[in-house]
Design a protein around this ligand. Sequence first.
Ligand code: ATP
Ligand code: MG
Length: 422
Amino acid sequence: EPGMVQQAELVLRTLMNAGYEAYWVGGCVRDELMGRPIHDMDITTSAHPEEVVSLFERTVPTGIKHGTVTVLLDGYSFEVTTFRTESVYEQHRRPSSVSFVQDITEDLKRRDFTMNAIALSLDGRWVDPFGGMEDIERGIIRCVGDADERFKEDALRMLRGVRFASVFHFNLAKSTWRAIIQHREFMNDIAMERIRVEMEKMMAGPHPLRGLELLGRSRLLDLPKIGLSSANIDQSKVTMLDQLPADKPSIRWAMLLFAAGLKSDEALSLLKRWTFSNVKAKEISDILRMSEHIYTELPTLIEKPNKIALDELRLLWIRQLLTYDEGTIHNWLVFERTKSSEHDPFMKLILDQALEWNEHVTVKHVKDLAVTGKEVLQELSIPAGPWLGNLLQQLLFDVAAGQVPNDKQQLLEQAKRVMNKL
Ligand code: ATP
Ligand code: MG
């Protein structure tokens, strides 16, 4: 994005004019070399955080202790981090303290992989002390320095390595791969949230299957706290994962959990344990829940004559439309079509007919009805109670199914009929 580059250049120039060194570094340099789109630009500098703060009008002290200041410029934000080393790691986790240094190479040394340890100056000078460019060219993910040491320092790097190998379709250097297998139990010390972030990036990439394969072979995440062993994933059920839309990761997650044999409520609690937001966890598990609803109803239809079965199938679908939001309905259709239920004739019918059935449903919520709860109460003159909500739901279903027109008078009549039946 030209605007972002221009503003980043301004940040670099300001630092250099004040007598400091400054470079682009990390993911943005790597992505530029790979010809991939750049989403944010990190900057590294010899200036100390308080000096960075004094040089720019608008800054946020994001992680002053670790040397990171966010500089805000013309709607863009840049993380500016002081050259630093990380000396004391605790229990395979990121360090609690850092020391600032004056040499860019010292800073690059603390970074995880050679491809992430390249810096670029404003005048186009590359600083690439560990052969990152060559590794990018050859498609290799290699630790900076000794892989054993680097994974002992911070075990998350192992999962980052697998994530990068998956997203870029790269290979892991032999020594790096061997160290992953050897030290996988260090993952136990890594917070679930950091694991989840890497897994989400992997699942939203172009080749999640490659990542799963590497996880399967290394058994990196086969830990009790993960609760999902790669051995339990039915390979034949995930083969379509890469074909599912990358911008709808919820469908991919649903497919993965389905392939692992999880029921919707099991999926929900697993996702929450993995620190997914409640909204995300529900979005994913609802796809599975909807399948469960529908599949439990299908066997009873087999016994029935075609015409009746088809009509009951339509009513079953309409019930789904009233139960789940539009996004879930759409996700479920993609999910079920991809996992292919062609062998189940009733499921195939639903998938073929769903969009047509949807078109005829004009009401989705009780508030869409041409009658209010108050009007129903007046007409029936029964004291209000929980029955009213159920009655309104029934009216909603009747209208959605096309059994009663959405007309006030007719709905009041229907309300009386329903109450008499109860
Ligand atoms: P992404 O495209 O996912 O943002 P990235 O490489 O930019 O990839 P970030 O997490 O944004 O990843 O980190 C920025 C840079 O910080 C990395 O390129 C790497 O140099 C360094 N880095 C990040 N995490 C670690 C880590 N756990 N250990 C060592 N260096 C790391
Ligand atoms: Mg980044």
